[in-house]
Write a protein that binds this ligand. Structure first.
Ligand code: MG
Length: 419
């Protein structure tokens, strides 16, 4: 069978570094998605892939491949222990190893974490691997629907990672691909952006493995590019015309966990369940905390929240500014009647702004107006405020004609009126 392959990777639109790492040589294919502060993610994914490839190159069987994963786990763990700034780094790993056999090739697929392996067979896309994530575990336990899983905030919490704990057990599958089949290995930067039907369409429509890998990465970046995106496509040649359709041959391979030299539970990462676990959930592995990893999901959620908050505040400020700028009131400035822009007494950080002073004194007006004007009389516009003052002027004229300008006389008049 003529096996061809192609790969592509992109940093995406948001992250500064590409922490994904890939390898492909026609027999061994690997994708790793690293996590860790400083440049820990990049170091972890590269170390894990190189550690795996160097050991898997001549590996005769699945047992040897599992040992290769265990060795890679040890490499990453030791490097993290040796350098403070790399402590707690880890990585996902998904690998496909092609064994050429007389009738048809045999492919072993191994995974740790949430990077995935898929196979396209007879126009059907099947996810080979299971995600080692908290949400993935709940989904398989029937505690979460696929719809809930898609929007869960715990999507990025992994339950298995290369490099953070001893005795790491990868899952393994054996596949007998047929001509026309394609296997895809990819990081979650692809699967978080593209739904399975779109991935299947790309694998069915591309001219060759390289262009399919590039198209998947291009679409993931275009759809958002929130994370590094990496794809490796293995093409098992064109379907043979006389080929009779056959069901997909895929089987999970159980092998004992290889012992590693890494001590069990060596790293002090906080175990952090997303919510309280009832007895029925106790069989589900605890998620590894990502507090010591900088995974795009969490950072981006925080950024998105801050952006939304800034927008709300921006709209609020804009609204209040417009409201204040469109408000006028008639008040008093140095005993003269004046027009202010703003709200009487001010609103938040907007102090009233004096825009006009009229030639009318507060003392020229009936005393009943005094407290009202000192507090400010709101008017919907500058013109309305001016009109209000014109009315006051008319009142003041009547007031001065009707009564002599002494308080005592006014008081006397009032008293006599009352008496
Ligand atoms: Mg990723």
């Amino acid at each position: 069978m003529n096996v061809t392959w192609g790969d592509a990777t992109d940093v995406g639109r948001v992250r500064r570094n590409n922490q994904d790492y890939l390898y492909a040589d026609g027999r061994l294919f690997v994708v790793a998605d690293g996590m860790g502060g400083a440049n820990g993610g990049e170091v972890a994914s590269k170390l894990a892939v190189e550690g795996f490839v160097s050991r898997a190159a001549g590996a005769p069987d699945g047992r040897a491949l599992k040992s290769a994963v265990a060795g890679a786990n040890e490499d990453v763990f030791r490097e993290g222990q040796a350098h403070n700034e790399l402590a707690g780094m880890g990585t996902t790993l998904v690998a496909a190893v092609v064994y050429d056999e007389p009738e048809a090739p045999r492919v072993l697929v191994l995974n740790v974490g949430d990077s995935r392996g898929y196979i396209l067979h007879d126009s059907d896309l099947t996810q080979i691997t299971e995600d080692h994530s908290w949400v993935g575990e709940l989904l398989r336990a029937g505690k979460l629907s696929p719809q809930e899983a898609e929007i869960s905030v715990s999507r990025h919490m992994l339950t298995r990672v290369v490099g953070v704990a001893g005795d790491l057990e990868p899952d393994m599958w054996e596949i007998r691909p047929r001509p026309g089949d394609k296997i895809l290995l990819c990081s979650d930067g692809i699967t978080n952006e593209l739904a399975d039907p779109e991935i299947g369409a790309v694998l069915m429509g591309g001219a060759d493995a390289k262009s399919m890998a590039e198209e998947l990465v291009r679409r993931a970046v275009e759809a958002g590019g929130l994370d590094n995106a990496t794809a490796v496509v293995i093409d098992f040649g064109p379907p043979e015309p006389e080929d009779v359709p056959a069901p997909l041959q895929i089987a999970r391979t159980e092998l004992p966990v290889p012992r590693t030299a890494v001590p069990a539970a060596p790293v002090t990462f906080t175990r952090q369940p997303a919510f309280s676990r009832g007895p029925d959930l106790m069989q589900i592995p605890q998620p590894l905390s990502r507090s010591n990893f900088t995974k795009a999901g969490t950072v981006l959620r925080i950024l998105a929240f801050l952006a939304a908050l800034a927008l709300v505040i921006g709209i609020g400020v804009y609204g209040i500014t417009n409201y204040v700028r469109g408000s006028y009131f008639v008040g008093v400035s140095n005993n003269r009647i004046a027009i202010y822009q703003g709200r009487p007494g001010g609103l938040l950080w907007f102090a009233p702004h004096l825009v006009a002073v009229r030639n009318l004194r507060l003392s020229d007006l009936p005393s009943a107006y005094a407290s009202e004007l000192r507090n400010g009389v709101s008017e919907p516009s500058f013109a309305a405020a001016s009109k209000y003052i014109s009315n006051l002027q008319a009142q003041s004229l009547q007031f001065s004609q009707a009564s002599p300008r002494t308080t005592s006389t006014t008081t006397t008049t009032a008293k006599s009126g009352a008496g």
